[in-house]
Design a protein around this ligand. Structure first.
Ligand code: AMP
Ligand code: MG
Length: 344
């Protein structure tokens, strides 16, 4: 157990800059510090220091073969980590960075081997959250940072989520309030002539195509077959799982109500996670609203999944969403979180 230092950087009229500098000092000294980004909270360590990076894997219980994303403050710093890149990369960076997008590029070896999990490529991103940017500038070194949750659990969108999972296991936590997007960055393989989405996220396929033309989806994302190997190593692992089993239900409020009645007849306590307009039509024990728009659903999803606790309900029923825009990322996470997918 280590003592986890906690800084609140949302206090008005106080010295938040000093708190961020203090957190940066811990990172520079080779310690792990969790911090807010616009996607989810990240667990950071100096990406050039393999001993520091090893502490991330240790704290999260993360499989060793799952590479980390290196975070930098500027485009110049991004280019310092990679070999030459296809011309479309600069267009993507100028349009979407800082923002929720990660570029997988040939590594030039600046990042430690355990950041890339021994791959020849490195995932790099420039976060847009002001606290993340200030912290990166304060320590002036690339920071490797996966989501700041225990491996397998839903990613953290508040400092409380991070505290629940990791206090006593990490050196520091910068509390900057709830994150915005609520789902992780879009991971784009930029080593080929055409960019390939390895993980859908905050920037949609449609948005990318508007800037660079044709963009592909990693076939492993669409296929349920085990033969199709995802190119982002992390995509093969169990992910985002709530404490109790979650069933994903296609077919709207009627199908959810029908499944609920069947489960009640078996003596189960059932919680429902859905949009406000769906919940209004249902008679159920427990319910949590994800809001209205797809953006709200993305932003509230992980908190919703974490709120249903063992002892309160035996099973969670969750609605499905159209796979357009951020809906692609929402459905990607829901399919991974679900223990069963009921199709109408
Ligand atoms: P996390 O930071 O926990 O949200 O996970 C980062 C995601 O990016 C995982 O799915 C990784 O497998 C993926 N990733 C990171 N670096 C690379 C890389 N060099 N090549 C392919 N995928 C990567
Ligand atoms: Mg993660």
């Amino acid at each position: 157990m280590v003592e986890t230092k906690r800084w609140n950087v949302m206090k008005t009229g106080t010295n938040n800059e000093m708190r961020i500098i203090e957190a940066g000092e811990l990172l520079k000294a080779g310690e792990t510090v969790a911090f807010p980004t616009e996607t989810v909270y990240g667990l950071g360590a100096d990406a050039t220091n393999s001993v520091a990076v090893a502490k991330i894997f240790q704290a999260k219980g993360r499989p060793q073969d799952n590479p980390l994303i290196a975070h930098v403050a500027t485009k110049e710093q991004l280019f310092q980590l990679v070999e030459s890149v296809p011309s479309y990369v600069e267009k993507l960076i100028d349009t979407f960075s800082p923002g929720p997008i990660t570029y997988v590029l040939p590594s030039n070896g600046t990042c430690a081997d355990n950041v890339t999990a021994g791959l020849t490529t490195v995932g790099v991103r420039i976060p847009s959250h002001p606290v993340a940017l200030k912290l990166l500038k304060a320590c002036n070194t690339p920071i490797a940072a996966p989501s700041a949750n225990l491996s397998g659990k839903p990613s953290p969108t508040t400092a409380e989520h991070v505290w629940d999972d990791l206090h006593g296991k990490i050196a520091g936590l910068v509390d900057g309030g709830p994150t915005g997007v609520g789902l992780e960055s879009t991971v784009v393989d930029c080593t080929q002539d055409i960019p390939i989405i390895l993980r859908p996220g905050g920037i949609s396929l449609e948005e990318l195509e508007e800037v660079v033309g044709k963009v592909m989806m990693d076939p492993a994302l669409q296929s349920a077959s085990a033969t199709e190997k995802p190119k982002a190593p992390g995509m093969k692992y169990k992910h985002y799982a709530p404490e109790v089993p979650m069933w994903l239900i296609e077919g709207g409020s009627e199908k959810i109500q029908e499944t609920y009645i069947q489960l009640k007849a078996e003596g189960k306590r059932v919680g429902v996670l859905a949009n406000r307009n769906i919940l209004e039509k249902l008679t159920v024990d427990e319910k949590i609203s994800l809001g209205e728009s797809l953006e709200e659903v993305a932003s509230n999803l992980y908190d919703g999944l974490r709120k249903f606790k063992q002892g309160d309900v035996d099973i969670i029923l969750c609605d499905t969403y159209p796979e357009i825009g951020i809906g692609q990322a929402v459905m990607n996470r829901l399919r991974k979180a679900a223990s069963r997918y009921i199709v109408e």
